[in-house]
Design a protein around this ligand. Structure first.
Ligand SMILES: Cc1cc2nc3c(=O)[nH]c(=O)nc-3n(C[C@H](O)[C@H](O)[C@H](O)COP(=O)(O)O)c2cc1C
Length: 171
């Protein structure tokens, strides 16, 4: 897990309302496209993003399980929807309601992924924030006991609170 620091815990939510923040990746999560809104809101230039892994904007407050779940859903060819806290280049953050979908080639094989993000409601952010705090705490306690394995993470998202959260229903 990549830990990007510093973080200010200051929200950058004044810069967008009806815009959609978009990016595309290859099958391993390397950024191949970023729209202007993503550059402006995140503070990363297109050059700083293209060709780099998407975890360049990972916020350390996001629990591991959220991305494990995301990649499992995508790998099985389905769309994933989730509320995500992203880190800006300067350490501030912005919340998104992300819809990530696989892009298929003519033979039905997955060629890459596309993410379209809109601004979440305050209620969605509050719910996700509380949920992620609980998940981080659970992950931390597993890690302390040396039990944060891949299978433990899968169990955490399958049996934990993530599946039950209304803001996290799959698209
Ligand atoms: C199309 C697409 C968009 C993504 N968007 C984000 C994003 O906005 N922020 C983020 O932290 N991870 C995003 N990810 C997930 C990252 O690839 C990565 O799994 C995540 O940041 C966790 O990083 P880690 O492997 O260092 O824990 C995206 C993945 C895909 C396929």
């Amino acid at each position: 897990m990549r830990i990007n620091l510093p973080v200010t815990q200051k929200e950058n939510d004044g810069m967008w309302n009806d815009e959609i923040i978009c990016s595309k990746t290859d099958t391993s999560g390397i950024i191949t496209y970023a729209n202007e809104a993503l550059c402006r809101i995140s503070g990363f230039s297109e050059t700083e993003m293209l060709g780099r892994p998407h975890n360049v904007m990972r916020h350390p407050d996001m629990p591991r399980v959220a991305y494990a779940w995301c990649w499992d859903v995508l790998g099985s060819g389905r769309n994933w929807r989730g509320i995500v806290k992203n880190r800006c280049r300067n350490g501030d953050h912005y919340w998104v309601d992300a819809n990530v979908s696989p892009q298929f080639g003519p033979d039905g094989d997955i060629r890459g992924y596309f993410s379209a993000r809109r601004k979440p409601t305050h209620a969605q952010v509050a719910e996700a924030d509380a949920l992620y705090a609980e998940l981080r705490q659970q992950e931390g306690s597993l890690e302390q006991r040396g039990k944060l394995s891949r299978s433990a993470i899968i169990q955490l998202y399958r049996e934990g609170p993530l599946y039950r959260a209304p803001a996290m229903q799959e698209a």
